[in-house]
Write a protein that binds this ligand. Structure first.
Ligand SMILES: [Zn+2]
Length: 415
C-alpha cells in the first residue's frame, strides 16, 4: 500500500474529495490493518495505513466499528438478458427490446446492491448490454460498470443461437470478431462447445475446433480484446487451450451425462496461464435443479478443487441469469463456496477482485485499493478472511466514489 498521498492527475479539478476509514482493508490480494482511503473525482487518490486522518481538510466517513473495506466485487460471466427462471432461454425469445432492457436495468440494480460493482456480460441479444453500459457509465447508482461481449459467437442452431450470434460453417471468424470490435465490445465470447440451456444442444458437442479458434483469437487480440471461450467437453477445452484463448468459461469436463476431469489438461491450462472462470454460486430456491445436473454437482465441486490445486488462475463467472439457482446477485454466495473449496478466503476474494480485473482487461482501474483505481468499494462487518460469509451482507457499496447501497449509521450520509 502507498504511504504517500498520490494525487490522481485525471481527477476533475474541483471535484469534492472525502476520506473513508475502516478497521481493516483488503487491497485485492491481502488483508491489512486500519487505513484511510482518500477518494477524489470518483477514484482513489491515496491509501494511508494507520489510524490518524492525514487530510483534515477532507470530510472523513468512518465505516463503523469492526468493518473491512474491500474493492467492489467483479463477476466475470453474467447474462443480463436472462431472467433466472427455468424458462430463461424461451423467455428471452419472447420479449421485445424495450421490455428486455427495462428488465436488465432491474437486474443490474440487484447486482450492485450485492456489492458487484463490475460485471462482464458474456452473451446478450442485439448488443443491448452496450446500450445499458452507456447508461450505467453516467449513473453509478443504477448498476455495475458493465463489460460486454455482445451476442456470443456460435454455430447455426448451436448453443444460444437465439441470441443472434450464429455463424455459418466455414465463415471467416475474423470478420465476425471485427464486427464486434467495431461495435465497441470489451471481450469476445465464443461457444466452443454446446450447452444444456439450448434445446438440442449439450456440453459434449464441439462447435469450433482449434484452427477456427486460432483465427478468432488472433483477430480479437489484434483489437486488444480478451477471448472468453465457453467449453464443457474435454475436446473443446483442449481446442480452447491450443488456440490460447484468454479464459475458459465453465471448464466442466462434462460429457453428455457425467463429469470426467483430465488432470494433465488442467495442468497444461495452468502452465499456459489461461484463466479458468469457475461457474460457482448456487442460490437456494424452491425450484429443484434438473436432476441430471444435480447429480453432477458433487463431481463438479471435486473438479473445482482439482483446478485450484493445479495452481491455475481462477476467477468466478457465476453465469448469473441462466437458472433459478443463478439470480443476478449470486456472486457473494459463489465467493463463500470457493473459499470453502480452496480453504483460502483471501484467495477467493482475490479471484473476484484483482484477478478478475486482470482477466477482464481492466487491471489498471478495477479490483484493487490503490491510488489511481476506481473508487468501487464494498464495506463488510468483521474480517472477511476469518469469516468469508460476511461478504453476503455488505454494510455499504460504493461505485465511482458514490455511496450506492447501504450506509454507515454511525456517520450518516456523506457530508
Ligand atoms: Zn454463460
Amino acid at each position: 500500500m502507498s504511504t504517500e498521498l498520490d494525487t490522481v492527475p485525471e481527477s476533475p479539478p474541483g471535484a469534492r474529495g472525502y476520506a473513508l476509514r475502516a478497521d481493516r482493508v483488503f487491497d485485492g490480494e491481502r488483508l491489512h490493518g486500519p487505513a484511510t482511503v482518500v477518494v477524489e473525482g470518483g477514484r482513489i487518490a491515496g491509501v494511508h495505513p494507520g489510524e490518524s486522518p492525514l487530510r483534515p481538510d477532507l470530510a472523513t466517513v468512518d465505516c463503523g466499528p469492526d468493518t473491512t473495506l474491500l474493492p467492489g466485487l467483479i463477476d466475470t460471466h453474467v447474462h443480463l438478458v436472462f431472467d433466472a427462471t427455468p424458462d430463461a432461454a424461451a423467455n428471452v425469445q419472447r420479449v421485445g427490446d424495450e421490455e428486455l432492457i427495462e428488465q436488465m436495468r432491474v437486474r443490474a440494480q440487484a447486482m450492485l446492491a450485492a456489492g458487484i460493482t463490475t460485471a462482464r456480460d458474456l452473451g446478450d441479444r442485439r448488443y443491448l448490454t452496450l446500450a445499458l453500459r452507456g447508461e450505467l457509465a453516467s449513473a453509478p447508482a443504477a448498476g455495475p460498470q458493465l463489460l460486454c461481449a455482445g451476442p456470443p459467437i456460435t454455430t447455426v442452431r448451436g448453443h444460444c443461437w437465439f441470441l443472434g450470434g450464429e455463424v455459418p460453417a466455414g465463415a471467416d471468424l475474423r470478420a465476425v470478431v471485427a464486427e464486434r470490435a467495431a461495435r465497441g465490445v470489451d471481450a469476445v465470447k465464443v461457444m466452443v462447445t454446446g450447452g444444456q440451456l439450448t434445446p438440442g444442444s449439450h456440453g459434449g458437442l464441439v462447435q469450433f475446433h482449434s484452427q477456427a479458434l486460432d483465427a478468432l483469437v488472433t483477430e480479437a487480440h489484434r483489437h486488444g480484446l480478451p477471448v472468453a471461450a465457453h467449453a464443457h467437453a474435454r475436446a473443446g477445452i483442449a481446442d480452447a487451450l491450443a488456440a490460447r484463448v484468454d479464459s475458459i468459461e465453465h471448464c466442466s469436463f462434462m460429457t453428455e451425462d457425467d463429469v470426467v476431469p483430465d488432470d494433465d489438461l488442467i495442468r497444461a491450462i495452468a502452465a499456459a496461464g489461461i484463466v479458468v472462470s469457475l461457474t460457482l454460486g448456487f442460490a437456494p430456491t424452491d425450484q429443484p435443479m434438473p436432476p441430471d445436473f444435480a447429480a453432477r454437482v458433487p463431481k463438479l465441486m471435486d473438479l473445482v478443487r482439482r483446478i485450484v490445486v493445479s495452481g491455475a488462475t481462477v476467477t468466478i463467472g457465476s453465469d448469473a441469469g441462466i437458472a433459478p439457482v443463478k439470480p443476478h446477485d449470486v456472486l457473494p454466495l459463489a465467493v463463500v463456496q470457493l473459499a470453502g473449496i480452496c480453504g483460502d478466503a483471501a484467495a477467493a476474494l482475490a479471484a473476484v477482485t484483482s484477478v478478475a480485473a486482470r482477466s477482464c482487461g481492466v487491471p489498471d482501474c478495477k479490483g484493487r485499493l490503490a491510488p489511481g483505481y476506481d473508487a468501487d468499494f464494498v464495506v463488510v462487518r468483521g474480517d472477511p478472511v476469518a469469516d468469508i460469509a460476511t461478504v453476503r451482507d455488505p454494510v455499504a457499496v460504493y461505485r465511482a466514489g458514490e455511496l450506492v447501497a447501504g450506509g454507515h449509521p454511525a456517520q450518516g450520509e456523506l457530508r
